[in-house]
Design a binder for this molecule. Structure first.
Ligand SMILES: NC(=O)C1=CN([C@@H]2O[C@H](COP(=O)(O)OP(=O)(O)OC[C@H]3O[C@@H](n4cnc5c(N)ncnc54)[C@H](O)[C@@H]3O)[C@@H](O)[C@H]2O)C=CC1
Ligand SMILES: N[C@@H](CC=O)C(=O)O
Ligand code: NA
Length: 436
């Protein structure tokens, strides 16, 4: 069979990785795919910089649209990023009858419904393994390996930059800004790193996983998102003393009334494997009714780990491109006419346990008032820790772990506790998951 021809748009960190992996493993890849996979065109605005990476054997163009217009190109790989030009180019490539491979989770989480519908209408594939947890084959696991299961929940460390920041801050005592710069230097961070630290990138990925797991459309606008910028070293330390690590988790969970879709710093028991995932590594736990709990671990960011997923998608397309579109694996795991209208729940209806830190006056009756408010809101306490406050004399830090409750009840209780004159500073509240 004639080699499949690939055009690559965006020759940055991941694009260069794709070129290197495809070149290095060409022979092995061909034996797997059953035909050659040839990168014949790349687009980059700086032609000389592109030449330094790909040499003379690949045609370099400044305008990505030349790739789309070339009738010899079978697959277009989009590695530019963002929702702007990338959306236009992907839709144009689909309209031109090209299969598309992308690592762009932002694009698919926001415009996925439009893009998948366009691809179905044209009978082309849109593959995006690299978009969630980089090199970890989590899309493949959800879309193919776990199809027998009713999936109950997914919880993952799905942003390498923030996990790297949390690890380095805890282990080396480095400042947030210093570690973020290092993550950018290593090629982990998004072009706009606020997407990483504010939890947006993790929410893009959690949105995609929620669609694959529960057979619902991508609904990024319904995700609840909190990043790590407000997290303090004090809470990381107290969590450790209570036997927990704080991780930025992306969570998608089935409840009777709907789906929870949320990203936030989360206390996880230190003994769980996922609590010990450090640096830029990613890990995703998936709980299925038949298989039980499974864990997928590996590099979620970086040039070649991400390229590994892009090239695997190229192989999938090389193997399946000639199959009748109705018999290919569906883009979002479920058949498009079988998507459910199960709602994404508002955050008030989400159920989690909580970690609370209250800076209180060191006097009698304070704890009693707080526990009464929690009891009145039907929130039961799991553990209480009292520590001398670093903030000043005659005040103390009260750390409370609660059992699971509805978020709305906790918000009501927090308002009441905050209004007590003996509560001296804004209360810190973090969610806690046992992940058992
Ligand atoms: N870096 C990583 O570890 C991972 C990145 N991704 C995703 O992969 C995509 C690419 O990311 P990176 O390689 O890190 O970004 P990058 O910023 O290193 O590379 C993007 C490249 O696209 C080029 N570009 C911009 N506009 C263009 C246009 N109109 N035509 C052609 N080229 C254009 C830029 O000059 C740059 O060289 C993004 O969607 C990102 O979210 C996904 C997983 C991991
Ligand atoms: N910025 C992302 C890159 C991979 O998706 C991350 O840090 O995980
Ligand atoms: Na992946």
């Amino acid at each position: 069979m004639k080699p499949i021809q690939v055009g690559l748009m965006g020759l940055g960190t991941v694009g260069a990785g794709v070129f290197h992996v495809l070149s290095r493993n060409q022979e092995e890849i061909q034996r797997r795919a059953g035909r050659g996979i040839e990168l014949t065109m790349v687009s980059r605005r700086n032609l000389d910089a592109a030449r330094d990476i790909v040499g003379d054997r690949v045609r370099i163009v400044a305008d990505a649209r030349e790739i789309i217009a070339n009738p010899d190109i079978d697959i277009v790989v989009e590695l530019i990023g963002g929702y702007g030009i990338a959306r236009d180019l992907v839709l144009e490539a689909i309209a031109a009858g090209k299969h598309v491979v992308t690592a762009n989770k932002a694009l698919l989480a926001v415009h996925g419904s439009e893009i998948f519908a366009a691809a179905r209408a044209q009978g082309v594939m849109v593959a995006f393994e690299a978009a969630v947890a980089g090199g970890i084959p989590i899309i493949k696991a959800l879309r193919e390996g776990l199809t027998a299961n009713r999936i109950e929940w997914i919880a993952g460390i799905i942003n390498g930059t923030t996990n790297f920041i949390l690890s380095e801050m805890r282990d080396k005592g480095l400042d947030f800004d210093v570690v973020l710069k290092e993550a950018q230097r290593l090629g982990y961070a998004e072009a706009d790193p606020t997407f990483d630290i504010e939890g947006v990138d993790a929410a893009h990925k959690a949105t995609l996983m929620s669609a694959l797991a529960f057979g619902i459309p991508v609904q990024f606008d319904r995700a609840h998102i909190e990043g790590i910028t407000k997290l303090s070293a004090t809470d990381i330390r107290y969590a450790e003393q209570l036997g927990y690590r704080i991780k930025l988790l992306g969570i998608a969970k089935r409840q009777a009334e709907g789906i929870e879709l949320r990203v936030h710093p989360t206390l996880v028991p230190s003994k769980r494997l996922i609590a010990n995932v450090e640096g830029a590594m990613n890990a995703v736990m998936v709980q299925g009714d038949a298989v039980g709990t499974t864990l997928y671990y590996g590099k979620g960011a970086g040039s070649e780990p991400t390229a590994s997923a892009v090239v695997a998608d190229l192989v999938d397309i090389a193997r399946l491109a000639t199959a009748d579109p109705d018999h290919r694996v569906p883009h979002l795991a479920f058949q498009p006419d079988s998507l459910a209208s199960t709602p994404i729940l508002p955050i008030d209806q989400v159920r989690t346990a909580f970690y609370l830190r209250l800076c209180v006056a060191d006097q009698k009756g304070v704890l009693a008032n707080i526990t009464r408010i929690l009891a009145d809101s039907d929130i039961s306490i799991d553990a209480v820790l009292q520590r001398e406050s670093a903030e000043g004399e005659n005040q103390t830090d009260l750390i409370i772990l609660t059992h699971e409750t509805v978020e709305g009840a906790m918000r009501h209780a927090l308002t009441q506790m905050q209004s007590l004159p003996t509560v001296l500073a804004p209360i810190v509240s973090l969610r806690k998951e046992e992940l058992a």
